[in-house]
Design a protein around this ligand. Structure first.
Ligand SMILES: CC(C)(COP(=O)(O)OP(=O)(O)OC[C@H]1O[C@@H](n2cnc3c(N)ncnc32)[C@H](O)[C@@H]1OP(=O)(O)O)[C@@H](O)C(=O)NCCC(=O)NCCS
Length: 144
């Protein structure tokens, strides 16, 4: 019923769709990222894009991707789309040879639960990059 696919953010229509989904899900609570950097996925229901996620090379951890954004529009929440997008990103990360994926959540139980479901562990980075209340997540891709 839902299909996830990696998309080309250099395509103007795709970039606009990513920006629209970002606005609809983060509601101005986070800066719109530069979609031209990293790799991005959309989840579709039929022809409608209903969720997005992206990963960029981590600037803090060597050989790691930073899972930088995920958003599901509200009427399609509760269908494990974040988890599906995380799995697509993990497959991509393994393919390009990253050893880890790292991320953070801030006051976000639904998203944190998805990190747990996807097998991430909490950790304390040497140099925390987010907010005092943020949780930091890491998944080692070398383990099976
Ligand atoms: C975080 C987010 C991506 C999770 O979306 P998702 O993939 O649909 O999440 P899930 O399928 O795991 O569902 C999350 C919870 O919402 C519940 N839910 C069910 N229907 C829902 C609905 N219509 N609206 C909201 N939540 C609903 C689910 O039951 C689930 O609860 P549970 O964890 O107790 O089982 C989504 O809430 C979102 O886009 N939030 C705004 C942007 C954001 O916070 N991004 C993450 C930044 S770290």
């Amino acid at each position: 019923m839902y299909k996830c696919r990696i998309v080309d953010p250099d395509d103007e229509d795709i970039a606009e769709t990513l920006a629209d989904l970002h606005r609809a899900t983060f509601l101005g609570g986070a800066a719109v990222p530069r979609f031209s950097s990293g790799a991005w996925w959309l989840a579709y229901r039929g022809s409608e894009a209903v969720a997005f996620a992206g990963v960029v090379p981590s600037t803090h951890v060597r050989s790691a991707g930073y899972f930088c954004r995920v958003g599901v529009i509200s009427r399609h929440r509760g269908r494990a789309l974040q988890l599906r997008l995380m799995r697509a990103i993990e497959t991509h990360a393994r393919r390009i040879g990253w050893r880890n994926i790292v991320s953070d959540t801030t006051d976000n139980i639904a998203s944190a639960n998805n990190f747990i479901r996807a097998g991430y562990e909490l950790y304390a980075p040497d140099v925390p990059w987010a907010w005092p209340s943020s949780l930091y997540w890491r998944k080692c891709l070398l383990r099976t």
